[in-house]
Design a protein around this ligand. Structure first.
Ligand code: ADP
Ligand code: ZN
Length: 244
């Protein structure tokens, strides 16, 4: 377990951030399904004062509401397939437009394809990638026992990150449920899509010399807080979080 940061362009980042008046980091959180993107980004949101746009949460909420968008994406989300790029990109643009100038953003679940990454470049000045590296066996174990709060979206696990009262959210008292795509077959499919279509994006960003903060997890029951803390420290070093 640990955190590393690619150091190749510290100087560029320093130059960039030294004439910024405020810290408004623009990040993507990147990792396989079940790597902990939601868990990390909600914790970082509180620490950094940024907004999080979580594509999967947006789609699930729309499916639940049975909105026009929900109807268009339902079958993809339930099967663990990727929603077509043009839909995802449109939704991302709408959500980005709602974030006030000067507020930092973490994107969770976007980009997932090269096409999405290329579009992002036109509309978002990405500063850093927060990469979660977690072995497949941990992911499979975690996803199959994952539970989510119906009300606030907080993530629990019946084995490794239990709520105080079974089936009830610690934060808001909401009811916990299991996602329909957290079944063994769909998990396998999502992992394969990640391998084939999403993980190549890392090569793309490395070639662009994008700073990457990597958090590695090797143990199934390690709590997220120490890793979140380390990631926060790395962001501070890069002047992407306030030094408080
Ligand atoms: P995961 O745990 O697989 O990372 P998410 O909650 O981020 O799950 O996403 C759930 C589902 O929403 C995906 O399996 C996919 O169907 C759809 N989805 C989310 N983000 C995208 C995206 N950027 N491109 C295409 N489909 C997406
Ligand atoms: Zn809750």
């Amino acid at each position: 377990m640990g955190i590393t940061c690619s150091k190749f362009n510290y100087l560029d980042i320093f130059k960039m951030s030294s004439h910024r008046r405020e810290v408004k980091v623009k990040a993507i959180i990147f990792g396989a399904p079940g790597a902990g993107k939601g868990t990390y980004s909600t914790r970082l949101k509180a620490k950094l004062g940024v907004e999080v746009i979580a594509m999967g949460d947006i789609f699930r909420a729309q499916v639940k509401e049975n909105s026009e968008l929900g109807k268009r994406v339902k079958s993809y989300v339930e099967k663990g397939a990727l929603v077509p790029d043009e839909i995802v990109i449109e939704v991302l643009k709408q959500h980005l437009a709602r974030i006030p100038q000067g507020v930092g953003v973490i994107l969770d679940g976007f980009p997932r394809t090269l096409e999405q990454a290329k579009t992002l470049e036109e509309i978002f000045e990405l500063d850093v990638i927060l990469l979660l590296e977690v072995p497949d066996w941990i992911i499979i174990e975690r996803l199959s026992s994952r539970r989510i709060c119906k009300n606030c979206g907080a993530v629990y696990n019946t084995r490794f990150l239990k709520s105080k009262v079974e089936g009830i959210c610690d934060k808001c008292g909401g009811e916990l449920y299991q996602r329909s795509d957290d079944s063994p077959d769909v998990i396998k499919k999502r992992l394969k899509i990640y391998q084939d279509q999403t993980s190549p994006l890392l090569v793309y960003y490395k070639e662009k010399r994008m700073p990457i903060i990597t958090s590695e997890t090797n143990s199934i029951d390690s709590p997220p807080e120490p890793l979140v803390e380390q990631m926060y420290e790395e962001l501070k070093k890069l002047k992407m979080a306030l030094n408080v």
